[in-house]
Design a protein around this ligand. Structure first.
Ligand SMILES: Cc1cc2nc3c(=O)[nH]c(=O)nc-3n(C[C@H](O)[C@H](O)[C@H](O)COP(=O)(O)O)c2cc1C
Length: 218
């Protein structure tokens, strides 16, 4: 059994999205100790935005006229798609950056969409369990001043659920900046509560996804 894990936090240390994803992974691995975890870390190994323009340019160019750069970018896009399709379950972990996702996560998604298996129509994830982990510095709950400003979560839900056909669970931790921002000091209790709930849901989700995959394989 294979778990695909993607991390988009620019932080290696102190990252809440990575900590929550670690918990999903550990919970999964306890049930599949002989399984593989395929990691893609967009901060440790960034993908250049130009890869997408080259891949798309290649797709729009007759095969025998493609440049070596276009061929390489198309092959790379296919390898990213292979990685996700080959896995039995996936974890996509990202912070909220500037009310959305960062360009390095967007370019990875855009490259998936270059591949024929991820264009609208096919169902590449076909009910594959996917955990979306989101860490947000602020609070976006109902009635808060910035309710509706988190554009990352609905976008990722639409792409990985509606568009790619994944069976999604969203695990969100918010108010993560409360510990370091003195203006948010009175929100530290709520922040701790949010993180504790996220870690609890992450452990449950890793277990549930591991069991679902095992039952499908049986
Ligand atoms: C460049 C940058 C932009 C950010 N933009 C937002 C934002 O728009 N909204 C928000 O709630 N938090 C924002 N944050 C805070 C992060 O979402 C928060 O620190 C989160 O915990 C980061 O994820 P990580 O802990 O996995 O690194 C931003 C942080 C950085 C570094």
């Amino acid at each position: 059994m294979t778990l695909f894990r993607l991390d988009a936090s620019i932080r290696q240390e102190g990252s809440v999205s990575r900590e929550v994803a670690d918990t999903v992974q550990q919970s999964w691995a306890e049930r599949h100790p002989d399984g593989a975890v395929v990691r893609r870390d967009l901060t440790a190994s960034p993908i250049s935005a130009e890869t997408w323009t080259q891949a798309l340019g290649g797709k729009m160019t007759p095969e025998d006229q493609r440049t070596p750069e276009q061929r390489a970018a198309l092959a790379f896009a296919a390898s990213l798609a292979d990685e996700v399709i080959a896995a039995d379950a996936a974890v996509i972990a990202t912070p909220l950056y500037n009310y959305g996702i960062s360009q390095h996560l967007k370019v990875w998604i855009d490259l998936l969409c270059v591949d024929e298996r991820f264009v609208p129509g096919p169902n590449p994830l076909d009910g594959k369990p996917v955990t979306l982990v989101i860490a947000r510095g602020g609070g976006y709950g109902p009635g808060t001043p910035r309710e509706g400003w988190d554009h990352a979560t609905p976008y990722l839900q639409q792409m990985f659920g509606d568009n790619f056909g994944g069976n999604l669970t969203v695990v969100a931790a918010e108010l993560t900046l409360a510990d370091v921002n003195p203006q948010m000091a009175d929100l530290r209790g709520l922040a701790a509560e949010s993180k504790a709930k996220a870690l609890e849901l992450a452990a449950e989700t890793g277990k549930a996804h591991a069991e679902l995959v095992a039952s499908r394989a049986a």
